[in-house]
Design a protein around this ligand. Structure first.
Ligand SMILES: Nc1nc2c([nH]c(=O)n2[C@H]2C[C@H](O)[C@@H](COP(=O)(O)OP(=O)(O)OP(=O)(O)O)O2)c(=O)[nH]1
Length: 141
């Protein structure tokens, strides 16, 4: 069935930030879409904004880290009941001298190992990026 009034997907930029074999995750705040889920830090790209610039901005606002944004890792389109999203996942690295991540505008933040990446803890849209990151963190499995 086709949607009678389709809306364009929300464009979202998200970070894959790996240090010492762990990936940085944030937890969604109460009262938001997918509250409580763990996810890759990031947020909506504003109209006309460069997605990489949006990601730099979101990581400062949400967790207080300064990053350089590299190549795309994965692109995912997903339809939720409320909206559809187009997720751009990028490799990012922390700039020298960047503060450590802290939960400024997220429920929580953590460095996660391969064993912490159970799909049921994440938004359904994250299945593909999770399998890539899991393989990266545990290359022998
Ligand atoms: N950052 C992020 N968002 C994700 C992931 N997976 C996934 O489905 N999403 C969805 C959840 C949200 O519907 C959307 C991100 O929008 P958001 O509302 O968190 O963006 P934002 O931080 O700019 O929020 P706000 O200004 O509206 O408070 O993308 C992910 O891994 N990381």
């Amino acid at each position: 069935m086709t949607d009678a009034s389709p809306r364009p997907p929300v464009l979202v930029a998200a970070a894959v930030l790996v240090e010492e074999g762990r990936v940085l995750l944030t937890q969604r705040k109460r009262g938001t879409h997918l509250a409580g889920a763990w996810e890759f830090p990031g947020g909506k790209v504003e109209p006309g904004e460069d997605p990489r610039a949006a990601l730099v901005r979101e990581l400062v606002e949400e967790i207080g880290v300064e990053v350089s944004v590299g190549d795309p890792v994965e692109v995912t389109f997903h339809k939720y009941p409320e909206k559809s999203v187009l997720l751009l996942f990028f490799w990012v690295t922390r700039l020298p001298g960047s503060p450590d991540p802290r939960p400024l505008d997220v429920a929580d933040v953590k460095w996660a190992g391969a064993g912490d990446l159970a799909p049921e803890l994440f938004p359904p849209a994250d299945v593909a990026i999770l399998s890539k990151v899991r393989a990266l963190l545990s290359p022998d499995t």
